[in-house]
Design a protein around this ligand. Structure first.
Ligand code: G6P
Length: 620
């Protein structure tokens, strides 16, 4: 989703901003722009389309200066046009801003500002904030403030923020205030990179990698003033804040494509390693349990818990569904999975014995954050299962478990899904061993988890088979994905992957439930992908396959190696290693990720940056 980058210091500002914008591309966007404060004016270059188009524009019409802001826009209010791209100018050009978030009261403010004579050049909510800031700046000048004085500018920022409702991460330049960049945050992430005589601003740490390891994460209602050699942070109501500088772990090579053509493929292939990372140091063979250090709850407190609520969006919600099954099975713990966007506005009865987990790769998803805050407000311990260290959810949670999967750049989540499932399984083992699970059962699970990186490597050997299937199926326009029990969430995830990156309509369904509706869609033009590895109800799923076959629907089966029977019913079979049922989501996700990837390639889609989607959804 929208990305912000900013810089003040001695380096070449346009190059730095463009590089930062390139690094933020993975978040999803449709236009880009930069503004640089030079000796006399703020120069803006912006354009609908890719950062490369913007870079070309900057090459033909260069800008210079020592301070600047940049933005990748993911449209919310107003179409994707040059005019709607950020940065936006306030008043007569005395202020220029970039914004991530949504100004909810923009309509009222726009009317008021129009009456005051402000002329709007775009349809965005952001331009309202720009004009409002200009209005308050003029007010401060009328009251005697110096236009080039940072205190005057800050007062105008405070007055503006008081009138904005909604969410924002803002980067602001003032024409008369040299070498100064002001940032403000409420609901949309911002991080300040601390260098020697230079400061960076960004929506996430990726633009800072290679420049500085020292970062300050801004909290909601904080305002930062960045000047060469001087960083000042204030809380809107509590005043001056002493910056808490943290060290970034990410290294530049984490975001290199290496030998791969796309990030999605690279991340699919990283899964033996990322699952190993999720398991590292967390298996205790002696005690036959998992070691989970960061929950910040004592064993006594954990034993009091009688219900778990998992909340998430998108792929993370699917991993939550696997989590529900495994937590109930291993720990006999009543568990529910809630869409964060629903939970945040619902008021389900939850006792003080309910433990809440927010599951999120980015740690910035607006709905997941809001749902987590709502649960916190009501006094529930809220923990996070999160990938991005230092993200808002990771910081605000009472504790949690990191995935350690490294940066996930492909918009369609792959490695985060399998890491989340791994971590939820560890959690189920840990809670199970605290309650009812026997020592031998715990031992068995530990052994099986230890084998998983190797099993995932084996699962990746299906790649050639998947390529071949993709070649033959890429022209179909509707797919059903069907599975039961642990493989139902996998069916949902497989369908989501296909939708996200190939724009093909796909529905995931519990295999038996398809008789209650989706079966009406089945014909020779609607393939069904069955996730049907061997297990307790394998024959039942095979019956569901027969039902599809009787209606002449093409069938692709994801089955256990050695299962030759399945080939008699399915048109195509993709084999994965045989593992225990609770681990099947891990191995079965692999061919489905690869299938979506290859079908998307056949259809000429941009797999890493699918249209309309964002990696980090920071608006509600
Ligand atoms: C977006 C991404 C999905 C992701 C979802 C939740 O929609 O495109 O891939 O699953 O957000 O993101 P989170 O970072 O909270 O896991």
């Amino acid at each position: 989703m929208c990305g912000i980058v900013g810089y003040v210091g001695y380096r070449s500002v346009p190059e730095l901003l463009l590089e930062g914008l390139h690094r933020l591309e993975y978040r999803g966007y449709d236009s880009a722009g930069i503004a640089v404060l030079g000796d006399r004016d703020i120069e803006i270059r912006k354009k609908a389309g890719r950062v490369n188009h913007l870079a070309e524009l900057v090459r033909t019409k260069p800008v210079t200066g020592r301070v600047g802001i940049g933005h990748t826009r993911w449209a919310t209010h107003g179409a994707t046009t040059d005019q709607n791209s950020h940065p936006h100018v306030g008043g007569n050009g005395d202020v220029v801003i970039v914004h991530n978030g949504v100004i909810e009261n923009y309509d009222v403010l726009r009317k008021q500002l129009t009456q005051l004579g402000y002329v709007f050049r775009s349809q965005t909510d952001t331009e309202v904030a720009a004009h409002l800031l200009s209005h308050h700046l003029e007010e401060q000048i009328r009251l005697g403030g110096e236009p080039g004085d940072v205190e005057t500018c800050l007062k105008a920022v405070y007055a503006t923020l008081d009138r904005l409702k909604g969410t924002y991460g803002l980067g602001i330049l003032f024409r008369e205030c040299p070498d100064t960049l002001i940032a403000a945050r409420c609901g949309s992430p911002l991080v300040v990179g601390v260098g020697k005589d230079e400061y960076f601003l960004a929506s996430d740490a990726s633009p800072l990698v290679g420049y500085t390891k020292d970062v300050v994460y801004l909290s909601d209602h904080e305002i930062a003033v960045l000047q060469p050699g001087n960083l000042r942070i204030e809380h809107r109501s509590r005043g001056s804040v002493s910056p808490s500088v943290q060290t970034l772990e990410q290294v530049a090579s984490d975001t290199d494509l290496g030998q791969y053509e796309h990030y999605m493929l690279k991340e699919i292939y990283e899964q033996p390693q990322t699952i190993e990372n999720a398991l590292r140091g967390r298996l205790d063979g002696e005690e036959a349990t998992a070691v989970i250090g960061g929950l910040n709850l004592t064993a006594k407190e954990l034993r009091r818990i009688d219900r778990i609520v998992l909340t998430a969006c998108g792929t993370s919600w699917h991993s939550g569904l696997v989590g529900e099954y495994v937590l109930e099975e291993f720990a006999r713990m009543p568990t529910e999975v809630e869409y964060a966007s629903e939970l945040r506005y619902r008021n389900p009865p939850m006792s003080d014995r309910t433990l809440v987990f927010a599951i999120t790769q980015s740690g910035e998803t607006a709905d997941t954050l809001a749902a987590m805050r709502e649960c916190k407000r009501k006094g529930h311990p809220t923990l996070a299962i999160c990938n991005v260290v230092g993200s808002t959810i990771a910081r605000e949670a009472d504790g949690g478990i990191y995935l350690h999967a490294g940066p996930e750049i492909g918009v369609a989540s792959t490695k985060a899904f399998t890491s989340q499932v791994t971590v939820l399984t560890l959690l189920a083992l840990y809670l199970g061993r605290m309650r009812h699970m026997s020592y031998p059962a715990g031992k068995r699970i530990i052994g099986q988890l230890r084998d998983m990186p190797e099993k995932i490597s084996k699962a990746l050997e299906c790649h050639a088979q998947v390529k071949d299937v993709a070649e033959r199926y890429h022209h179909f326009n509707n797919f059903l994905y069907l599975g039961r029990l642990y493989n139902f969430p996998v069916a949902l995830e497989g369908a989501l992957k296909l939708k996200e990156i190939s724009y093909i309509h796909a529905e995931g369904y519990p295999a038996a439930e398809m008789k209650h509706g989706p079966i009406a869609l089945v014909d020779q033009q609607t393939p069904s992908v069955f996730v049907v590895p061997r297990g307790g109800i394998y024959p039942k799923v095979v019956s569901n396959m027969e039902e599809i076959r009787a209606r002449r629907g093409p069938i692709i089966a994801i089955a256990c190696e050695g299962d030759t029977d399945i080939a008699r019913i399915a048109d195509d079979v993709i084999y994965v290693p045989d593992v225990e049922e609770y681990l099947q989501p891990l191995v079965c996700a692999i061919p489905l990720q690869l299938l979506a990837y290859h079908i998307a390639l056949h259809r000429g889609c941009n797999v890493d940056r699918p249209r309309n989607l964002a990696k980090s959804v920071t608006v509600e």
